[in-house]
Structures are given as C-alpha cells and as structure tokens.
Design a protein around this ligand. Structure first.
Ligand SMILES: NC(=O)c1ccc[n+]([C@@H]2O[C@H](COP(=O)([O-])OP(=O)(O)OC[C@H]3O[C@@H](n4cnc5c(N)ncnc54)[C@H](O)[C@@H]3O)[C@@H](O)[C@H]2O)c1
Length: 386
C-alpha cells in the first residue's frame, strides 16, 4: 500500500502589503523560501485599484482579492479551500481588530509588531488567542537569526555566568528630517491615530526590547525613560533612552533612535555576564563575538556544524555564504509551518506573550517619560499565553 506523503502548503491570506508597501513583500519572500506557504487571498490595500493591481501582480485570483478584512474572512471561511493563516502587515492601528476577527473566524495569525495600540488591547487579544486554539506568531524577526538563537542558548547554558548588564541599541537615520509628503511609510508612523502613542518606541524600540529579553533570558520589570523628538513639530517620539532593570538582577540600557544620520539599521546588543560577554549586530549577522574574561575574543560564525540541531534548521547555506534578513524572517515562517504540521510549539518562536510584554514595555516607558523618568514597573498582570 502506498501513502500519499505529499506535503500540503499552508494557505496564506494577507491584509496590507499592497504595491509600494515595505514589510508585506518581505513576508511574502519569507513565506516562499521553504515552499511551505501559498498566498491565496488578500485585502492588500484600502485603495480599490491598488488592491486589485497587487493581486494581479502576485497571481492571486481576483475573486479572492477582497475589499477589507471582514469580507476576506467571510469569503475564505466559506470555502473548502479557504485560507488557513492570515498575515497582518498593515499600519499598527489595524493589528488588533484584524487579529481578533481572524482568530474568531478560526484562522491562525501572523501579526506585525507592535502587536496592538494599547496594553488593554494586547491583554484582550491574549485571552482571545488562548480560547481560540489557533496559533499566533508575532514577527519579531530578529529572533530568527541563527546566531541570535545561539547567543540565547549560550546564556541559558550558563556559559557566561550570571548576566550583569544588557546594552541594546536600535538606531536609524531615516526620520532625521521632515520626510517628503509622498513617503507613505513615514506618514502613518508620525500619526498617533495610526501608529499609537509610541513613535520610535513602538516602531523599533520594541524590537530592541524583545531582543534583550530573548537573549538574556530575563524579563524587564522596571524602566526609567525619556522620550524625545529631535525634529520639531512631531507629536510622537523619534528617540528613546531607557534604563532597564531585569527580574534576574541584570541592569540594562536601551537606546532607539530614528534621527541618527549615517545609521541605516544599526540594531546591536551586548550581553555581559560574570565570566564572559556576547556581542551581535544585525548589520553583520553572520558573526557573534564571545569575549571571555581574561581570554582572547572568539568570532563565532554561522556554521551548522557548530549549532544545535534546532537552530541548524534555520541555516540554509554553509558557513561563509552570507545569510541575512530574509532568511531570518523565513525562519519564523518555517518554525510556524513545522509547529502546525507536528502540533508542537517552538519555544523560541515569538508569539502573544512577547506581544503583551512589548505593550507592557511601551506603557511603562510612556508613563515613566511623562513622569520625568521615574522608575516605573511593567505590569505583572496574569494573561493567558496563547
Ligand atoms: N518586523 C519588522 O522588522 C518590521 C519592519 C517594518 C514594518 N513593520 C511593521 O509592519 C507594519 C507595516 O509597515 P510597513 O512599513 O510595511 O507600512 P507600509 O505603509 O509600507 O504598508 C502598509 C500597507 O497596509 C495597507 N493598508 C493600510 N490600510 C489598510 C486597510 N484598511 N486594509 C488593507 N490594507 C491596508 C497599505 O495600503 C500598505 O499596503 C507596521 O505595523 C510596522 O510596524 C515591521
């Protein structure tokens, strides 16, 4: 007797990611890299013409190009071959309503960060996700780099001793000046109604925060912060300075800025233990520096023979062939596909708990900054982990 072992691709729908958008295209590349997803439907843009043009460019049947997320969920759940998973790649204000509706409709969700506009929304979403029995993946894509995962393993294995300091920076230049009127990425990011109350903090500060917790294995429980905007007339921050206290005793600093000329995407982290330190930078992601006390520094490279089997799943090329942003992003898609196929949970895969933590950090940082930098605790309220 023969068995049909042909693997079925997960059917992916996308909200946002129309022509000219940034991250939607990255998600589509990441989803395709391992041939585990097939884009079948979308509501790519709120502008009808652009929506249809995007569907046609991507080879999505026009009957599955919908005017909004409500019609998409109704249409897809009515089909036998309807979408299994929805990717939400819109500006921030739509993450919460679309994610809630998708979970309630029975779809798995892939969602961009920041997860919601407020902490209250994040807690509600966490409850809905837990009750839904559906998976929720949050695209904190920097967790997808093999050497970031290796750093996390080195810390968890005790190789650095107890962690004393965590220094993390995410520094960009692209909002150093008032952007052109037709800069669509900037337009919504500078608008509190669509970005939320956190500007640079919600856009990239939250990535730095997630990376700090991810590698250190400790959770931030208090913050003392100052938000500022370097460019006059902005109602949202474009610069974040925060001192951090971690629950495992480490101290840290987080700097995020979008007004630092010359810096393109300078996300970097140093994790300092009692016996050794680690250093990694997103612009050189194929190396990780291990700096032991009183010994020579070691440059670790992305070789699958030096990484654990689980991390090695996310290495597609032999060491020395550079991998980068798309591959790391694809590692999240790959892990989600594996988890759904084998009914397991990859422990490293960012999800609803990371989203709630990110919103706790945002809420506490905003409150601290409004109170002249007073130490402010992150909410410890119990929320279910979907
Ligand atoms: N993980 C990362 O590294 C990363 C990087 C960049 C952006 N992001 C996040 O991704 C999201 C999108 O950012 P971006 O830079 O791609 O923005 P963008 O402005 O380039 O794209 C947003 C897209 O959403 C579409 N859209 C807006 N309203 C819509 C609606 N009602 N229905 C359907 N589509 C709608 C727009 O037409 C556009 O195609 C944001 O939440 C952002 O924070 C994450």
């Amino acid at each position: 007797m023969t068995h049909d072992t042909t693997r079925q691709r997960l059917r992916l729908a996308m909200i946002g990611g129309g022509q000219g958008a940034f991250i939607g295209g990255v998600h589509r590349m990441a989803a395709r890299l391992d041939d585990r997803f097939e884009l079948v439907a979308g509501a790519f843009s709120s502008q009808a013409e652009r929506n249809l043009a995007t569907a046609s460019e991507l080879g999505v049947d026009k009957t599955r190009c919908y005017t909004n997320h409500e019609t998409l969920l109704a249409g897809e759940t009515a089909r036998k071959d309807g979408a299994d998973v929805v990717a939400i790649v819109t500006p921030n204000h739509l993450h919460f309503p679309v994610a809630m509706a998708a979970l309630e409709a029975g779809l798995h969700v892939i969602c961009e960060k920041p997860m919601t506009l407020t902490l209250e929304e994040a807690e509600r979403l966490a409850r809905t996700a837990a009750a839904s029995q559906r998976r929720f993946m949050l695209t904190h894509n920097y967790a997808g780099y093999p050497l970031v995962q290796h750093a996390r393993e080195l810390v968890a294995g005790g190789g650095l001793g107890s962690i004393r300091h965590v220094q993390v920076e995410y520094v960009q230049e692209w909002l150093s000046e008032t952007p052109a009127d037709d800069n669509r990425q900037a337009a919504w990011r500078l608008d509190p109604a669509r970005a939320g109350a956190a500007g640079c903090l919600g856009d990239i500060g939250v990535h730095a925060f997630q990376l700090a917790q991810f590698i250190s294995g400790q959770r931030v429980n208090q913050v003392s912060a100052e938000l500022s905007s370097a460019v006059p007339g902005r109602s949202l921050d474009d610069n974040v300075q925060a001192l951090l206290r971690f629950d495992g005793g480490a101290r840290g600093m987080l700097w995020a800025s979008q007004t630092a000329p010359g810096f393109e995407n300078a996300l970097s982290i140093r994790v300092i233990g009692e016996r050794a330190s680690l250093q990694w930078a997103q612009e050189t992601p194929n190396e990780l520096w291990l700096r032991p006390l009183n010994g020579p520094s070691q440059r670790l490279t992305r070789r699958d023979d030096a990484l654990s089997a689980e991390i090695g799943r996310g290495v597609r090329l032999p060491g020395g062939h550079p991998e980068g942003y798309i591959e790391a992003f694809a590692n999240l898609y790959q892990a989600l596909a594996d988890d759904l196929a084998d009914d397991k949970h990859s422990s490293w895969l960012p999800g609803i708990a990371d989203g709630v933590d990110g919103m706790r950090f945002i809420a506490a940082t905003l409150a601290s900054s409004q109170a002249a930098g007073v130490w402010t605790s992150l909410s410890q309220k119990e929320v279910p982990n979907g």
